[in-house]
Design a protein around this ligand. Structure first.
Ligand SMILES: *[C@@H]1O[C@H](CO)[C@@H](O)[C@H](O)[C@H]1NC(C)=O
Ligand SMILES: *[C@@H]1O[C@H](CO)[C@@H](O)[C@H](O)[C@H]1NC(C)=O
Ligand SMILES: *[C@@H]1O[C@H](CO)[C@@H](O)[C@H](O)[C@H]1NC(C)=O
Ligand SMILES: *[C@@H]1O[C@H](CO)[C@@H](O)[C@H](O)[C@H]1NC(C)=O
Ligand SMILES: *[C@@H]1O[C@H](CO)[C@@H](O)[C@H](O)[C@H]1NC(C)=O
Length: 421
């Protein structure tokens, strides 16, 4: 299939959100081998340079996991949960799916919490490679077994907070907003792929339990009402005995809202049996919980057109305008304008995300481009030190990949006829 024909086919699929044409989808998805057709629109900066660097910067398990998801959304939009019909019973050959060849080259199979790579004490970080492990498992039993064993560890072994929320740390119960992007989307994907409705429900319930602690500081197992937090919907970073961090970290709110957007997309598209009484609640709750965060971010004071590293901090050096959280939250707004258009009207949410995308094409206050000729997106928060007050300009593995997620979300939104160039 020529790339021009391929793009037209993709665009039609997004426009009509075709759900009953699995053979066609499969034909198209296995035809994805080139990337030029997948960056058809100019976002105002060199997305090819950003994406190339995004692939080469990672060195830690969650960074490889984030890059794996970015590669999937960029190169294989029909296989991502944001595609129109991501759950055909298909076998994907790693060599024709860049995300999967990347994951296969970077996953280090192990045991327990480290089943999909050494997580350095984290539960969620290796799980960020879980979606790819499920897909790789279609052609390689070692990956299928590793994905199952990682699920069993997370659900049955990992420590739990008093309300049942699964810990981000393997040694003590401690909750991190970061966990939301890494584990619940994997639980949901594994569940949808294996038709396990109870596991799919666990993925949804976990989002509510984590929100309870990280947004409200409550230990309840029943979700608090929408829009009732003292922080205007914005999550704290870490609650627990080791690394407690009450700040309203921009990247953390990006992790949490994009994690929930992936769980929501999975629940919307999973081949669920008709009797799934919690499904309607899950769709309404997740939509509301994501919107709380995006609305809190939209209301936060900007710095140089970007969200601040600590979203409410206008007085100290921790509050500098920063690209990582900004681009992830913009990506969430683009995705939600498609997934839940009534709650996220394009006139408000796409317009807001566009301001961040357009800002990235400009220079910062010092006159330096936000995106350098090498494809570094700057200034970012230090990816290994959220409390660092020095803006990171050497290339953030997270930040570069979040910009790829934002680009893929914007491109798909144009294909769906909702965003404009
Ligand atoms: C964009 O970046 C790619 C990869 O670094 C490079 O090959 C290309 O020439 C750049 N395009 C422009 C217009 O600068
Ligand atoms: C499956 O993947 C593992 C880990 O990368 C590799 O060692 C093994 O050779 C693969 N097996 C097959 C049949 O490709
Ligand atoms: C579904 O997943 C849960 C949690 O991992 C597991 O306990 C259960 O056995 C699974 N059900 C089936 C039918 O595989
Ligand atoms: C929640 O549980 C933690 C851990 O047991 C405890 O330290 C904290 O005080 C509890 N918070 C509330 C609001 O009860
Ligand atoms: C920002 O929010 C945090 C967490 O609620 C709070 O501790 C801090 O005082 C707030 N900062 C400002 C400047 O309002």
């Amino acid at each position: 299939m020529s790339s021009a024909c391929f793009v037209v086919s993709l665009q039609l699929l997004y426009l009509f959100q075709v759900s009953n044409s699995f053979p066609l989808l499969h034909l198209i998805s296995v035809g994805i081998t080139t990337s030029s057709s997948l960056t058809p629109f100019d976002p105002g900066f060199n997305i090819s340079a950003v994406a190339a660097l995004a692939e080469s910067l990672p060195t830690h398990s969650w960074e490889f996991g984030t890059a794996t998801e970015a590669l999937l959304e960029l190169h294989s939009p029909l296989l991502s949960v944001f595609g129109p019909a991501p759950f055909p019973d298909a076998v994907y050959h790693p060599d024709s799916v860049p995300s999967l060849s990347y994951a296969a080259a970077n996953i280090v199979l192990g045991t327990g919490a480290n089943g999909l790579s050494d997580g350095a004490g984290a539960v969620g970080d290796p799980a960020s490679l879980g979606v790819a492990a499920v897909m790789l498992g279609k052609t390689n039993a070692s990956f299928a077994a590793a994905a199952k064993s990682e699920i069993d560890y997370i659900v049955d072994v990992a420590p739990r907070w008093v309300n049942g929320a699964i810990s981000q740390r393997a040694d003590v119960p401690e909750l991190w907003a970061d966990f939301m992007f890494m584990a619940p989307p994997f639980l949901a994907y594994y569940a949808a792929d294996s038709r396990n409705v109870s596991l799919l429900e666990i993925a949804y319930r976990q989002c509510g339990l984590q929100r309870e602690v990280l947004l409200f500081g409550s230990n309840s197992s029943t979700p608090s009402p929408l829009n009732s937090s003292p922080t205007n919907g914005l999550w704290h970073h870490i609650v627990g005995p080791q690394s407690a961090e009450p700040g309203l970290w921009s990247t953390g709110n990006g992790w949490a809202s994009m994690g929930m957007a992936r769980v929501l997309a999975t629940i919307l598209k999973a081949p669920a049996p008709p009797a799934t009484p919690w499904r309607a609640d899950a769709i309404a709750d997740l939509t509301g919980w994501i919107k709380e965060i995006v609305d809190g971010a939209r209301a936060a004071p900007l710095d140089g057109g970007l969200l601040r590293n600590y979203l409410n901090d206008t007085t100290t050096a921790h509050g500098f305008g920063e690209i990582s959280g900004s681009s992830m939250l913009a990506a969430v707004a683009y995705r939600m304008a498609i997934l839940a258009p009534e709650a996220f009207p394009a006139a408000t949410y796409v317009a807001w995300a566009d301001t961040i995308r357009v800002e990235l094409g400009k220079n910062d206050a010092a006159g330096n481009p936000h995106i350098t000729s090498e494809g570094i997106v700057t200034p970012a928060v230090n990816p290994l030190g959220w409390g660092d007050t020095a803006p990171w300009t050497a290339g953030s593995p997270e930040g570069n990949n979040f910009v790829v997620l934002m680009y893929a979300a914007w491109r798909d939104c144009i294909w769906a006829g909702v965003c404009t160039r």
